[in-house]
Design a protein around this ligand. Sequence first.
Ligand code: ARG
Length: 474
Amino acid sequence: MNGRQEPEDTGSSRQASVLWAGRLTEKPAEDAFAFQSSIAVDQRLAQDDIRGSRAHVAMLSAQGIIPAGTAEALDAELARISGELEEGSLAIDPGAEDIHSFIEGVLTARLGDPGRMVHAGRSRNDQVALDLRLYLRRTLPELRAELARTVFVLLDRAEEHAASVMPGYTHLQRAQPVSLGHWLCAWACALGRDWERLGDALGRLDECPLGSGALAGSTLPLDREAVAKALGFGRPSLNSMDSVADRDFALEIAAACAIIQTHLSRFCEDMVIWSSEESGFVDLGEAWSTGSSIMPQKKNPDFAELIRGKAGRSAGNLMTLLTLLKGLPYAYDKDLQEDKEALFDSLDTAQSCLRIFRGMTAAARFNTGRMEAACTGGFLEATDAAEYLVKKGLPFRKAHQTVALIVRDCIAAGQRSITQRSLEELRKYSPLFDGDLYPSLSPPQALRARGLPGGPAPQELNRQIRILRGKLGG
Ligand code: ARG
């Protein structure tokens, strides 16, 4: 297997796809070659690579760098390869070095010299930067659509439960009454931001790196504007070194995916807690649970747990990319080849988790009776009682102390709500208490009273839902 690369290679062997063999008299051993190959990961860029090559070839011809007839033959062959890959009649050679080498190798094997003209004015460095951008510009809208569908399920369920009162928690201690709809809408807000974040990242992907070459552009009269336009980019990238070295977009998108996963994970954490016997707020249903191989009675929230667990790999992928980039000398280094596995895994993970999350959330049966019952007996009305006194003119700090004292005395007396005290008793703490206190402290009334913008009152919640639907176009 040692020796020089021969120009008439067939394109189907390991040697054939080596584009750089001219300089080197020895080849890496088979395992070393396989070690530096990226075809297993970057083969998903095949169609993007072909698209980029077709635009490049058209430009080379328009600029008189290659003959028009050659460009036509190349374009027809690239289109054919694209179709064959699509239908599966051309298999990607797992022994190729990377997707760029593979496609150039096939072109050359089929066309001879015209295939050898395709790489004029181009390096795999700007080629891979282009392919990644093309791939992301085609797949991010799918991920955003997945996010939007998920937000709509959350909003449907929020609407359904706009008046389902439940305890809101801080420190996992019962805090104040909210509604299940309010909680669901909170998660729609978070995923709505993720949708926006990916939109921002897409905006910054709107620059075409092709024409940057290895790092220093080219002495050939390339038309970067025309290629950028042909590929649907707003403009060519500004600086050729930046273009081949930059992976900010990968970082940004990996960060956006890690944030998506963090959101899903936190939601799922509540699902896991809520599906416990102790909480009983939700029944995830049999289709969204799994059993135990030893304990016959078990119904476990495995899907929620697995989504929570996968947040770890997404955070890890972001760390991989940050660490990969932090010490790289300018401009391109082969380390950058490692970017794709982490980035693709983050995208795949987000896509599959969103799909499963959506199904699970749509099917969840919330136990609203149990939620409402949990609103009484934990002094969730205490803040409202203090605000009642504030409305009657008492300074808030004094009102807070007064109600704290009542709570302490209630606990000492085995009472679980300040409404268990008679008006006469309450007046001993403050003469400002009146009979209208009691109805104002009932959980449904406490919910209705929270109509401030952002609050959980059903009417206000419906406004929030409308705004989110409008923003995501649903
Ligand atoms: N497979 C490489 C990557 O993913 C393509 C660029 C190779 N460039 C190079 N100079 N070795 O980054």
